[in-house]
Design a protein around this ligand. Sequence first.
Ligand code: SF4
Length: 188
Amino acid sequence: MIGNLSSVSGYLLTVLVIAVLIVATHQIRLGRLQTIMDELPCQLERAALLYSERLLVIDRPFELFGRVDQVWAREGGQLIVADTKTREVIRYYYSDRLQLTGYAFLLKNHPETRARSIASYGFLRIPQGRKAIYIKVPLLSERAYRDHLQHHRALTLGTARPRPATSPLICRGCGHVNRCPVSLINPQ
Ligand code: SF4
């Protein structure tokens, strides 16, 4: 019995150690467990960090929530959103524009920040070794963002068909390619 218990606790300890290592590795990649120098872009040089990892919830014009990594306040009061990503390639994708636009939309409609000006761009913060670099990302228009949300809801309800991707390269890495009716490539 004691033997069984010790082998179970040994197993649990191993699982726990692996889980801690995975979390720690992820935190290190995000630059949260090491001294990391942020190479701030000129737009953020004299800005103050207003929110860090802040949950924003709104119920108007519709219910929406999101946890924004960073919101910076420039000297003149304008707010800029930023999101930390770990990736090898220093670039942004459409999904990043969508995510940052969502945060800006939340700020625009949140009681604490709705009176503030929100920049029409945001930043991706990408840790690279001991420094983090910021790349500027143009936000989508509010109309394009609302259109995306509406389409997403219709897809969830099954009342809309997926729109084709803008490039076959995107379809090549897509997990839905075998059942997608509008794929731009022939599934193998
Ligand atoms: S396969 Fe279909 S769902 Fe996947 S990216 Fe291409 S168009 Fe979009």
